[in-house]
Design a protein. Structure first.
Length: 138
């Protein structure tokens, strides 16, 4: 048995375990990539497989809002720590970051929130911009 915390590093759409360690020793996973329905299913599987998981390290430019909400709900229900290493934009920030009860933001990391289309006055705000005035589609 190792005395040191074991981490799983995740790239793109897969969660890869880089050490053949006891499942009870894995306490941190890292995910780098978009937020998609497939990522939610993989994420859920990893969280269920590693009962002593304590922390998720994430770097994402965002993606699917519904998947972000589902991942956020899972993180919140398991009381996992969320650490942003570099970037957490859009669905990552709006749904996953917000849902985590305990957060760590690395030095120089960027978290970017934005409004959603259901937001009150969203279309009026778009119309008031130069782009919205040029595109009379809203």
């Amino acid at each position: 048995m190792s005395k040191y915390p074991i981490s799983i590093v995740c790239f793109f759409l897969s969660f890869n375990l880089f050490a053949s360690q006891n499942d009870n020793e894995v306490n941190s996973i890292t995910y780098n990539g978009p937020i998609t329905p497939e990522v939610y299913l993989q994420f859920k599987s990893v969280v269920e497989k590693y009962p002593n998981l304590k922390q998720i390290v994430i770097n994402s430019f965002g993606g699917d809002p519904a998947s972000g909400m589902a991942i956020g709900k899972l993180i919140s229900s398991k009381n996992l720590i969320l650490k942003v290493d570099n970037v957490c934009f859009s669905a990552c920030a709006n749904y996953i970051f917000i849902a985590a009860k305990n957060k760590i933001i690395s030095r120089n990391a960027v978290i970017f929130f934005h409004g959603v289309f259901q937001q009150e006055s969203f279309f009026e705000a778009i119309k008031s911009t130069k782009i919205g005035q040029q595109k009379n589609e809203y």
